[in-house]
Design a protein around this ligand. Structure first.
Ligand SMILES: Cc1ncc(COP(=O)(O)O)c(C=O)c1O
Length: 397
């Protein structure tokens, strides 16, 4: 690894880009400029005018990207807030006439938990099953939607497996029943070609730190015909989301959005690395399966089952050697319970517990991937040997 340029600023090899990304090289270059922007966008004086322009420019860029009106974009703190806002808006405006919600069984906790919370207020939540390949059951949606359905919510791409869902088709089914449609687009931005305009959804939620910008910044697309009630009250964002705008985060987003507009090259780069990873890992380590390999997936994500090793032990051993990966969603790592997403797909507990997620990013290199596979092979061999020895020792006793 001579002359290695590292994908993480702290000289490690970072392969956990679905959990979060580091600010893009272009954003880091312009870092100093961000610190100059500190006025309040609501102020009438000079210091307020600069942030106001940044806010207007970023909103316009997002609107162009999503082919919508700037008025259909609301800035917020990220996708967890966005998801809660969407569910609460729909519930409050549709209840009691429509009180049923359909969500996929592999949603992020920020969707699953807000849906769950509405049950105590009279909502009925239907979980849409998925196959072992992560494919959503469209027949279930067709059979379950009715004139009681308030919202269908299915994520664009799953954060653990990368499986992409057919949002356009699901939207058509939801609309035929008069329901609203939401998609969590967190894992789309920065890793997919932009086809947002085709989806036809009423709501979509986004998070800037998942695409090379800053944490604490996000936005919601809300169709001008869809109901909206604020979660946080105030005068900003046309009284739809109170709170002084996070202008540093939005200025950063403004810079990164220019890079998203020309995403094709980056997608090709990540797809090449992901394919290289999946083919070499299977050549060098026996007993490795790529979860949902037959499904349409985002270009950067591999979820593996590695027989005979515990995912958490593997993750910690790799961490000590300077590699950052994950066993599932970042917010659930550290928990001894296997990933609910993998269990919902029908993997056994043992398979889910032997799972590892590798998510490449814009800054990763081929050299990093090959070095990672060699280290993964070495660590896997060691852990399997230790497990065998433990089993033998247990039998002797
Ligand atoms: C699919 C998905 N939705 C929502 C979120 C939450 O995003 P945020 O960190 O902006 O709250 C995440 C982040 O892990 C995610 O992966």
């Amino acid at each position: 690894m001579q002359n290695q340029t590292f994908s993480s600023p702290n000289r490690r090899i970072y392969l956990d880009n679905n959990a979060t990304t580091f600010p893009s090289a272009k954003l880091r270059e312009k870092w100093g400029e961000l610190l100059e922007v500190s006025g309040n966008a609501s102020s009438v004086h000079q210091e307020g005018r600069v942030p106001k322009t940044i806010l207007r420019d970023a909103r316009k860029k997002i609107a162009e990207l999503l082919s919508c009106s700037p008025l259909e974009v609301i800035f917020n703190s990220g996708a967890s807030e966005g998801n809660s806002s969407v569910f609460n808006s729909v519930f409050q405006s549709a209840f009691p006439a429509r009180n049923e919600f359909l969500i996929s069984s592999v949603e992020h906790p920020s969707v699953a938990k807000v849906a769950e919370s509405l049950k105590s207020r009279g909502a009925i939540v239907h979980l849409i099953p998925v196959t072992r390949d992560g494919k959503i059951d469209l027949d279930f949606i067709k059979k379950t939607v009715s004139d009681k359905t308030a919202l269908v919510s299915v994520m664009y791409a799953n954060n653990e497996t990368g499986v992409i869902h057919p949002i356009k088709e699901i939207t058509q089914i939801a609309k035929a029943a008069g329901s609203l449609m939401h998609t969590d687009c967190v894992q789309m931005m920065g890793k997919c070609e932009n086809n947002f305009n085709d989806l036809g959804v009423d709501y979509a939620t986004f998070s800037a730190h998942k695409f090379y910008s800053l944490k604490g910044t996000g936005f919601v697309f809300i169709k001008n015909t869809a109901p909206w009630l604020p979660l946080i009250f105030g005068s900003q964002e046309r009284a739809r989301r109170g709170g002084t705008e996070n202008i540093t985060g939005i200025a950063a987003l403004n810079i990164v959005l220019d890079e998203i507009a020309t995403i094709s090259e980056k997608i090709q780069h990540m797809a090449k690395l992901r394919d290289l990873f999946e083919s070499t890992v299977q050549q060098k380590i026996n007993g490795v399966t790529v979860t949902a390999s037959n499904s349409k997936r985002v270009c950067n994500t591999s979820s593996l089952v590695i027989e005979g090793v515990d995912g958490d032990t593997l993750l910690m051993s790799l961490d000590l050697k300077g590699f950052s990966v994950s066993t599932g969603a970042a917010c659930s790592s550290g928990s001894p319970e296997p990933s609910p997403v993998l269990l919902a797909m029908g993997l056994t507990r043992a398979e889910a517990q032997s799972s590892l997620r590798v998510s490449v990013g814009w800054a990763n290199t081929e050299e990093e991937i090959l070095f990672f596979v060699d280290t993964l092979a070495e660590v896997t061999t060691k852990l399997r040997a230790m497990n065998e020895k433990e089993k033998k020792d247990a039998n002797v006793c």
